[in-house]
Design a protein around this ligand. Structure first.
Ligand code: ADP
Length: 657
């Protein structure tokens, strides 16, 4: 039987381009064929002997994988593959690299190309296999000459622990560690072949008021944002109490020599306000009060943050901490390292929860299915934590719930920035167990996405945004939903982000959150990045009128240096003009990014029923919950959410609170 890996890869890549793609992070414009012509034989020159399977030697092949070229090097003896490794690739950190490590090792171990793809990383898996198959052919054999490999099917399982956790993203992992630290035994299941969920491809940004980093930082315009919040009329006793606290804190700040104000209470008011006051202010206060402690807890697990704070796009205030490692990989690596220290922890990958086990109205376990269709039955002595994320990856559900006026159509034409496992499963398990769902219609689009794939991450997120007419059309420091709506109203629903050497003086040293350098993205046509020495040339390259672009840049620069006020209302500037060439631009469109609605929980992360009473035995944390973010999840708050409430859920479930 002729192998069809090349065709499979081809189909997968076309599918990825159409469907918004399983693996995320920024991508080159899709090239739906493997680069089969790029093989570089490096045979040892030995002739194949009669009866030998391979011509011994080392061979290389390069294919186009998920995000760009991927090269393998394979060494053969006369009758075996003795070594295989991916020698270069640009796959998604923490995701594609799992296939890059696992697939070559499995091929050598089993002497077969029939090894399993990593679920959730199918495109990179297929690319690695296609490249190895190419080397097999260079060595004088075909894939059919290799051994067939059929792994033993997994057996049914019946296991018990104090706490059973569904979902291995940030919330599941944070809750697992906390439950273990509180003395509970834990079983965690994850439907993908790797941990991390959306959290691993998230921007990795973390908002927290942090006096050490903020007190003497300079962000012109930030005081206006504080005054805007303080000018609001209280709508509840809690709101009034919190406004009063911030007024006093702000007065103390104004009497000091500090240059930037912030506080947990201001952070909470701003986040709640930024979500249209739809979320629960008391829950937001819990998150914001615990944000800095959560950050320090992450650091205690080995997570590293860059020094200083920035104003990340959609974060509304300069309190965002950037991770050192790309995307969310640093958080997941820190969690995995910590979990390895515990004996009473069991982790089952490729295991999909199908429902909850009930004893009357009490949740006592989880029914699941293993990779081979085997039955996995998990009993929980103390409680079950659902941490299965949101439903941005589920087109049917987002269409069912999408908010009529705000997003008239969230159909398949709109890509998602999410991972394939994020389909809302747990939300419906919780509902079936009696939990209340709230704010399901609150769905967030992110404006910083690859127009074709929905993948995210940029060199800069808040420089100059222009439309196809070369004009600014929205304040770049605004809310994600407002920017997304504004882009959808522009020609072709697209914008360009324009920046310059003022922001990125050395393109080799300017990295996207995904870890690729600007120079790499320019060289490999990643996501449409273009460079030009002049603004006229840049305008030509992106097809916008040069005079309009030049005028937009001049006006923008006058807002940055404070000689004029932005009529579109931008307040906070990072102090970077667009003045010195080279000039850069790349296209961006909105993609479905976060679902703010979900399970109603209380301050202990207990799922609440229709009477606002806890569903016994059921806890939820992370994007599955629906009570926190309201109409708009603030950029940089999702990770704070999973750290703070993941820890609370772990503690509550361990104590059967
Ligand atoms: P959060 O930020 O809330 O932790 P993530 O999206 O990072 O959310 O993680 C959710 C995880 O839950 C993903 O890794 C996803 O694959 C996993 N998941 C979703 N549904 C199931 C299910 N039915 N069984 C097991 N794991 C699931």
């Amino acid at each position: 039987m002729k192998r069809t890996l090349g065709l499979l890869l081809c189909l997968l890549m076309v599918f990825a381009a159409l469907a918004g793609c399983a693996q995320t992070a920024d991508t080159p414009d899709p090239t739906p064929v493997p680069d089969a012509g790029e093989q570089t034989p490096d045979a040892g020159g030995e002739e194949e002997e009669a009866g030998a399977l391979f011509t011994p030697g080392t061979y290389t092949a390069t294919v186009t994988a998920m995000h760009g070229p991927l090269t393998v090097e394979v060494t053969f003896s006369e009758d075996a593959i003795t070594n295989a490794a991916v020698t270069s690739n640009v796959e998604t950190p923490g995701v594609g690299e799992i296939a890059v490590e696992r697939i070559p090792a499995a091929i050598v171990e089993h002497q077969s190309l029939d090894v399993d793809s990593v679920s959730g990383v199918t495109i990179t898996s297929a690319a690695v296999k296609a490249a190895v198959e190419d080397c097999v052919e260079q060595a004088g054999a075909t894939a059919d000459d290799l051994q067939p490999y059929t792994p033993e099917p997994a057996e049914d399982m019946d296991l018990t622990a104090d706490v059973v956790i569904v979902g291995g993203g940030g919330a599941g992992l944070a809750s697992a560690i906390t439950a273990l630290e509180n003395g509970a035994s834990v079983i965690l299941i994850e439907k993908m072949g790797f941990l991390g969920g959306n959290s691993i491809v998230a921007g990795g940004i973390y908002n927290a008021p942090d006096p050490e980093e903020q007190d003497y930082a300079e962000f012109p315009g930030s005081d206006t944002l504080v005054e805007e919040i303080l000018a609001q009329e209280p709508v509840s006793d809690l709101h009034a109490e919190m406004l009063e606290i911030v007024k006093q804190e702000y007065a103390e700040y104004q009497a000091s020599d500090k240059t930037l104000f912030d506080s947990p209470t201001f952070f909470a008011l701003q986040s709640w306000n930024g979500g249209d006051k739809i979320g629960d202010l008391a829950m937001m206060r819990i998150m914001c009060d615990n944000a800095l402690e959560g950050l320090e807890w992450m650091e205690s697990l080995g997570m590293e943050f860059q020094p200083g704070v920035v104003l990340a796009s959609g974060s509304l205030y300069p309190r965002t901490h950037n991770a050192v490692m790309p995307n969310g990989t640093g958080y997941i690596a820190a969690f995995e390292n910590k979990l390895a220290e515990f004996d009473n922890y069991t982790e089952l990958l490729d295991t999909t929860a199908t429902g909850l086990i009930m004893d009357g109205d009490k949740v006592v376990g989880v029914n699941a299915t293993g990779k081979d269709g085997n039955t996995v039955t998990l009993h929980a002595n103390n409680g079950v934590i659902l941490a299965t994320g949101g439903f941005a990856g589920n087109v049917e559900l987002r269409q069912e719930y999408c908010e009529g006026e705000k997003w008239p159509d969230l159909g398949a034409h709109l890509p998602t920035s999410n991972m394939p496992g994020v389909t809302g499963d747990g939300i419906f398990f919780a509902r079936d167990a009696g939990a209340q769902l709230v704010n399901m219609e609150q769905i967030q689009l992110l404006h910083l996405c690859n127009p074709t794939t929905g993948a995210t991450y940029d060199i800069t997120e808040t420089d100059l945004f222009i439309n196809k007419e070369g004009k600014r059309f929205v304040r770049e420091d605004g809310r994600r939903d407002e920017i997304s709506q504004a882009i959808l109203a522009q020609t072709d629903s697209i914008m360009y982000i324009v920046f310059s050497a003022d922001y990125a003086p050395d393109p080799e040293q300017a990295f996207s959150l995904g870890g690729m350098s600007l120079q790499y993205m320019l060289d490999n046509n990643v996501s449409g990045y273009v460079a030009a020495d002049t603004l006229e040339e840049l305008a030509e390259k992106i097809g916008v009128p040069a005079d309009a672009l030049i005028q937009s840049v001049e006006e923008f620069n006058s807002y940055v240096d404070g000689t004029a006020t932005d009529p579109l209302g931008r307040i906070v500037f990072q102090g970077k003009k667009v003045e010195t060439g080279p000039f850069y631009a790349y296209p961006r469109s909105p993609a479905v990014h976060h679902t703010m609605g979900g399970v109603l929980i209380d301050e202990y992360c207990r799922a609440l029923n229709a009477d606002n009473q806890p569903v016994p035995g059921l806890y939820c944390a992370g994007e599955i919950t629906g009570v926190l973010h309201g109409g708009n999840r603030i950029g940089g708050n999702a990770i704070v959410d999973f750290v703070v409430f993941g820890r609370i859920a772990g503690e509550s479930a361990a104590a059967a609170k």
